[in-house]
Design a protein around this ligand. Structure first.
Ligand SMILES: C[S@@+](CC[C@H](N)C(=O)[O-])C[C@H]1O[C@@H](n2cnc3c(N)ncnc32)[C@H](O)[C@@H]1O
Length: 238
């Protein structure tokens, strides 16, 4: 490792700097960073210092809190601060409930011209939204005739890009039933780095956009039939 990198990795985030950043992140994004998260924040932000060629956190904070930094850096800072753990068919009981209880009810209320609208409000890298799409597609293939659309939103642009791309390591889908894999996933030809991509028929049903759940108003439709807020409300007080 070069001297330069050594310097950057040893740069310390002071308690005052941590307090200033964690207050800002809490006020703007609702994410609580208790004192025990100081080392975690320091190590995640080292990447940003390195990319921006800053030698100290003082320089970094001056930039973040400048008008230019507010405009350009906060988005990247939130990419490293947010916790994005997710999975296909995570907490499967929710999807069973939708399929067995909610989707049958929509038969009388929805149609092709009045689609079921679903919002995955902290969609991370898209696994939740595409799982919902698979569940809907499975249900509609033999049970009903209505259309659907899914909106996925998140504060992290990094995970939103992954969601839009819809390419996942094969490992991430290993527990998915084979019938669903065959229908809804395309396999890459690269044997060394096996990947899958969600099929275009499902991708076109799902849109993604950046949205902060702490905002006072949301730039999304005002009506949804189902809203997923899974594993995000736990981070937010409001
Ligand atoms: C742990 S993941 C949960 C993903 C998915 N809902 C699931 O249950 O598998 C939490 C997501 O919430 C997002 N998040 C955190 N605070 C947010 C906020 N204020 N507005 C929008 N998204 C937020 C994070 O970026 C992260 O991707």
């Amino acid at each position: 490792m070069s001297n330069n990198l050594n310097n950057i990795y040893s740069v310390e985030l002071t308690q005052t700097q941590f307090d200033k950043l964690s207050k800002f992140i809490y006020d703007e994004y609702g994410i609580k960073l208790p004192p025990v998260k100081k080392i975690m924040l320091q190590s995640r932000l080292h990447k940003r210092l390195k990319e921006l060629n800053f030698k100290t956190f003082e320089e970094y904070l001056t930039y973040v809190f400048s008008p230019n930094g507010m405009d350009k850096e906060v988005v990247h800072m939130m990419d490293v601060v947010s916790t994005n753990k997710t999975d296909f068919f995570r907490e499967p009981a929710h999807f069973e409930y939708i399929s067995e209880v909610l989707l049958p009810k929509f038969k009388t209320t929805h149609s092709f011209s009045n689609p079921v609208k679903i919002w995955s409000s902290a969609s991370s890298s898209g696994e939740e939204a595409y799982t919902i799409a698979m569940v809907l597609s499975e249900f509609l293939s033999c049970n009903a005739s209505y259309d659907y659309s899914i909106l996925g939103t998140d504060i992290s642009t990094k995970v939103l890009k992954m969601a839009i791309n819809a390419v996942y390591d094969m490992e991430r889908v290993k527990d998915m039933p084979m019938t669903l894999k065959k229908k809804y996933l395309l396999r890459s030809k690269d044997a060394e780095k096996p990947k899958v991509r969600i099929v275009p028929e499902l991708r076109k049903k799902v849109q993604f956009q950046r949205l902060n759940l702490m905002d006072k108003t949301y730039a999304v439709d005002s009506y949804f039939d189902i809203i997923f807020c899974r594993n995000v409300l736990i981070y937010l007080d409001k």
